[in-house]
Unconditional design. Structure first.
Length: 309
């Protein structure tokens, strides 16, 4: 912990952070991913205390984490996620949410409905990342989908996949976490990696790697059908070894998938479908930030939330 001035940026809103969640990307940044130096944290809900837009004053908000230049073709088109000059909250060139205050452009802010609790609102950003898969890949009830991973993001992806009525198989290492996904996707099949057999090789139309590990891509390439699609959701420090001959011979499409739109995530949270409290392993104050990171890194835990204001 250290004291720092409030992160005011010219023309932006100042938000008092209420709660913030620790995700795998935060953990990987501490290992050197993204070469970021600053305040971590990008999953948050907060209250606007200063804003150029007076109508937002006092409002509870979440925020799109990519802050674009506002002038390039992508930004003018309404999508700053790949603006070449963007900063990214707690990841690239912009201090994040593990603090009492953060700053974001007004255009990045979305008001949280009263029906969505503070803790549920923390899940908007990672849930939007899960929805981004459907923005990139057509998945419906005719598809067989493999979800590789059983951690924080994988649980939310299972929830999103349940909205498509696809035939979902979840492949993971931790029996307790695998069983928890049944709360979000009750009709899915659960497979422990140690019980992984030949019958799953080359079976799935879409394979989603949400392991946060270099090994996830190899498993995805193993289970996807020829001319199927592999979706990469994992971010981790270091290189990922891959047998590219499998990509070429099987004509596999590989899709990188990152940040998503917030509105589908908020709509799902307001529908009372998501019992997201099941995913919260610990709630700790900001002063216990080091302990919170230790807890978030423990394999038996899922989401750790920092209660800040």
């Amino acid at each position: 912990m250290h004291d720092a001035p409030a992160p005011r940026r010219n023309g932006e809103a100042l938000i008092q952070v209420i709660c913030a969640g620790i995700c795998n990307t935060d953990l990987e940044i501490t290992n050197g991913y993204a070469a970021f130096h600053g305040t971590l944290g990008h999953e948050f809900v907060g209250r606007v205390v200063e804003s150029p837009d007076g109508s937002l004053q006092g409002r509870r908000v979440v925020g799109e984490i990519n802050a674009g230049c506002g002038h390039c073709k992508l930004c003018v088109g309404g999508d700053s996620r790949h603006c070449p000059e963007r900063t990214v909250l707690g990841i690239k060139g912009r201090d994040g949410a593990f603090a009492e205050f953060l700053s974001l452009p007004v255009r990045n802010l979305i008001e949280v409905p009263e029906s969505v609790s503070d803790e549920a609102a923390v899940f908007v950003e990672p849930l939007a990342a899960a929805f981004n898969i459907l923005e990139q890949v057509d998945i419906n009830d005719s598809h067989e989908v493999a979800l590789i991973g059983d951690g924080k993001l994988a649980q939310l992806i299972a929830l999103v996949m349940a909205q498509t009525n696809c035939a979902l198989t979840i492949i993971g290492k931790h029996p307790d976490k695998l069983k928890r996904t049944l709360s979000f996707c009750p009709n899915s099949s659960l497979i422990e990696t140690r019980a992984f057999g030949q019958e799953f090789k080359g079976r799935f139309d879409v394979a989603i790697d949400a392991t946060g590990s270099p090994s996830g891509l190899a498993t995805a390439l193993e289970v996807v059908k020829p001319r199927g699609t592999v979706v990469l959701k994992s971010t981790h420090h270091g290189a990922t070894p891959v047998d590219t001959s499998l990509v070429v011979v099987n004509e596999v499409r590989i899709v990188g998938s990152r940040c998503g739109r917030f509105h589908p995530a908020i709509d799902l949270l307001t529908s009372a479908v998501a019992e997201l409290a099941l995913l919260i392993s610990r709630r700790l104050p900001l002063e216990a930030g080091l302990l919170a990171f230790e807890e978030a890194a423990a394999s038996e835990n899922l989401k750790v939330i920092l209660r800040i204001a």
